[in-house]
Design a protein around this ligand. Structure first.
Ligand code: SF4
Length: 227
């Protein structure tokens, strides 16, 4: 794949290892909405400091969660969403591959999504996208960043760069973009393609004024003459 090779020559191959914490990934994606990475991280660290376990976050008065994540912005909305996700994990149906619950009674139940690592990928994806407010991109982040499973998050940068390079259909719904991205990504290169397309979108192929004259992919890009 020439585009992957060219991106690797410019940005290298990312070395991030799976972190093994799918609930943290879900909470981080909620906190990252409408803010920058720094404010997201401040909010996340304050939440973990004040309420160290996910069970405490789930069961705390809403105002405590809201206050903890205030630096991340729109904390009223995000606190409701975080608790809704944690309660859905506790209360919702679990696939057979999840094994028995840790304890009976949902409010006492230990929160865990460790079973995702062993489940068939389609089942894991379907479970995650049934959680409140969780779409394909968030599910892909959870599967890829937590366990290195085969999925590729398509955010605005990846979809824009992919469409300009002719890899993805411009204007396609996100569900279709994720299917296309998966189909064109060689197994084992999910993280590399996601990260390097994202880097290219942030550094060179900007939304409004892409730097085509300086772009290392210009010779293979059908959109270069448009800018
Ligand atoms: S040539 Fe221009 S439009 Fe194509 S990938 Fe590079 S910066 Fe983006």
């Amino acid at each position: 794949m020439r585009i992957r090779d060219r991106l690797r020559a410019v940005y290298g191959a990312p070395l991030m290892r799976p972190h093994g914490d799918p609930i943290a990934e879900l909470v981080l994606t909620v906190l990252s909405q409408s803010t920058n990475d720094r404010n997201r991280d401040v909010a996340y660290l304050r939440l973990r400091e004040r309420l160290p376990s996910w069970e405490q976050v789930r069961d705390a008065p809403l105002v405590e969660v809201e206050e903890a994540i205030r630096p991340g912005g729109i904390s009223k909305v995000k606190s409701v969403r975080i608790q809704a996700i944690l309660r859905a994990i506790s209360d919702g149906p679990q696939p057979a591959s999840a094994g028995p619950r840790a304890a009976s009674g949902s409010s006492a139940c230990e929160l865990s999504l460790d079973w995702l690592a062993r489940a068939p990928i389609a089942q894991a994806r379907a479970y995650l996208t049934a959680l409140p407010g969780v779409g394909r991109k968030t599910a892909a982040c959870v599967l890829l960043f937590s366990y290195g499973l085969r999925d590729v998050p398509v955010d605005t940068h990846v979809s824009r760069v992919g469409a300009r390079l002719g890899l993805l259909r411009s204007g396609a719904p996100f569900e279709e973009l994720h299917d296309q991205m998966l189909a064109l990504t060689p197994p084992g290169q999910e993280l590399e393609l996601h990260v390097n397309l994202l880097r290219h979108g942030r550094r060179t192929c900007h939304a409004r004024s892409p730097s085509c004259p300086e772009c290392a992919l210009a010779r293979m890009c059908p959109s270069r003459t448009l800018f």
